[in-house]
Design a protein around this ligand. Sequence first.
Ligand code: KG4
Ligand code: ZN
Length: 330
Amino acid sequence: MLVLGLETSCDETAVGIVDEKRKIRANIVATQFEAHRPYGGVVPEIAARAHLDKIDDCVRAALKEADTNLDSIDAIAATCGPGLIGGVMVGAMTAKAIAAAKNKPFIAVNHLEAHALTARLTHDVAFPYLLLLVSGGHCQILLAKGVGDFQKLGGTIDDAVGECFDKSAKLLGLGYPGGPLIERAAQGGNENAFKLPKPLVGREGCDFSFSGLKTALRQIVEDSENLAAPDLAASLQKTIAEILADRVANALKMIDTKPTALVVGGGVASNQKIRANLAALAAKNNLPFVAPPPALCTDNGVMIAWAGLEHFRLGQTDPLTFRARPRWPL
Ligand code: KG4
Ligand code: ZN
């Protein structure tokens, strides 16, 4: 069984192909960083246009990499939300067109579920597992009980954690995309140089808040004449890693079923400091810690193909009338 997956919800045009034996047959990612860099962030109109320019070539490249053709593909999956709607429509329409032309089943994939299920492709994790989903637009703790079956335990009350990384990087003059640049800058810095606030830490529940942290950082940047960017980047990274671990620790106390593992997913999950803190927390709780390789944490087509395959093998497909949606809670 081969499933083709298209991802176009943000600033990555990506196409993946996976099979039911959990083998990645193709992974094509065309980033748009250069197109958005002059603006310091993703411009939705530029993104949509770039997806349109690149998606056909990406599909062709994926088929070539997998040494296959559309006739041999069993189902076509595409991100149908949540995300920047212009981009989501490009991927969804392309996938529907292929499905219609080749008379193949179509699967509308929720981008968040794709991040959530990636660990089952890379590590074969069984349900239920506790999941920290951290990306540019989302920050949630979920109990993953089954395909299409997620219980939300906590979420952010203001910014997503990736947003905090991105806005902070901008403040520090590091550029875009912020997360990887902060991680790189932090390598040369002292993580104990600045004491930053940890909103909600120590409080009950497992919600998140990052806006106070961003404001504190802005204050430091504005107040200092000779800013040691690496020190501030390292301190920010450490603070965020501690916030995330504190919230997940609470979530572990909140659930009454024992999860099979602590899983992390989404672009921010590629951060090594965050992974280390979560791994330590998992070890303390006698749980396996599962983190997909960084390239499968940030947006990619493989995770869409895999989420599509998980639904497809349960007999779940979607009509071609399924609409792309900017919002689509899990
Ligand atoms: O999952 P993703 O690729 O796209 C969304 O679905 O949002 O996540 C992108 C986010 C961005 O905010 C980016 O700065 C962040 O993930 N990110 C990182 C790292 N790599 C990407 N944050 C911290 N450390 C990283 N190494
Ligand atoms: Zn994502």
